[in-house]
Design a binder for this molecule. Sequence first.
Ligand code: NAD
Length: 439
Amino acid sequence: MRIAMIGTGYVGLVSGACFADFGHRVCCVDKDASKIERLNEGVMPIWEPGLEGLVKDNVARGRLTFTTDMVEAVRDAEAVFIAVGTPARRGDGHADLTFVFEAVRELAKVINPATVVVTKSTVPVGTGDKIEQILREEGVTDVSVASNPEFLREGAAIADFKHPDRIVVGAEDDRAQHVLREIYRPLFLNRAPILITARRTAELTKYAANAFLAVKISFINEIADLCEAVDADVQDVARGIGLDNRIGPKFLHAGPGYGGSCFPKDTLALLQTAEAAGVDQRIVRTTVEVNDNRKEHMVDRVVRALGGDAAGRRVGVLGLAFKPNTDDMRDAPSIPIIKGLVERGATVSAFDPVARHQAEQILTGIEFVDDAYQAADGADVLVIVTEWDEFRALDLNRIAGSLRGKVLVDLRNVYDRSDAEEAGLKYHGVGRGRAEPVD
Ligand code: NAD
């Protein structure tokens, strides 16, 4: 198949490269000329494991190209995927569809009859209808508009794309269904389940999936708070419930709350859709509230570990990206946590294995260092914010030797209390027994 991919961000670039790897011919278009220039030089604009090799390989085979020219991308395409950003609109949290509609207006000028336009971006229910309307207004009538929400996770994006739990396609006519089945055929051969639904249903499925995962995270975080009050261990509770097949073990890790480029904005957008439809979504509303408060609680937790006052104290922070194996800093929990600590008078030295450059654009007034031991050097407390693998096997004796305060706040429950204590550290995890009283 000949495919155009509009937007070469975390989703568009991975999807485009994977489609090319399936054997399709893919032209990726982005309005960010510097991104396209870098891609054409073989430089990846994002950090995603395995992406560089996949892109270079498919470029070399002539199946993957990059351009800023919409005409070039869309001219011969049988399917045009829209993978542009849909951030939260400032003020109300509604999904901002400016980029989507801009892209549709641009492609309307050059699209061939009988093309299938597919939204891969996460878009509110009814966006497909609006896209159809815009295309009609621009004089394009003979196209199909389908929804194909993406469920990949940053950090494992290629594996997720190639071995998805399911593919959801919202397509209401034969042409769209046929084209999408052809595109995903290599995955059917691998027995990936494909779910063909009405377009609106597919659009909502994506939001329901992210909202449910967010609920799981906020749920276990509240259980963690309870564990601290009643002297129970949240990790054992999570395992005890997660082994129940009806519940499942994933997304039951207590921590600083969810962040990233999807859950925060998608939960807000779902609430906007619900409000417009006059249907309250109390569970999701509460989930958002629990998660918002969580970051402040994490700041309190660090300040408590410092003895109740952060003024003039030095805090080492490990991990800035919103999760391991990505450089994505969008809505990362590290941002409000570090800002909160700085507001309370602490100085912060932070380390992240790959997100430093992105973090430097967002976090000012802190020191960025080159490894975990430097972050610990002379600090009163060391805080693990993102659970990169390289933070799982630190030499705790060396950390204890570098720290001034000998306190480890492990917001990801990476370490066992006994190991930390053996190294001479005072350990504070999340939901692991009664919270330590203030010194
Ligand atoms: P991103 O911000 O990384 O990339 C979007 C790209 O689109 C940018 O490079 C931008 O320059 C480009 N763009 C915007 N308008 C354009 C236009 N008119 N023409 C050409 N290019 C244009 O965003 P992302 O993280 O890849 O997310 C894209 C969509 O996928 C969002 O709706 C998001 O919710 C959804 N999604 C993201 C993830 C994820 O893990 N990042 C996972 C599933 C779904």
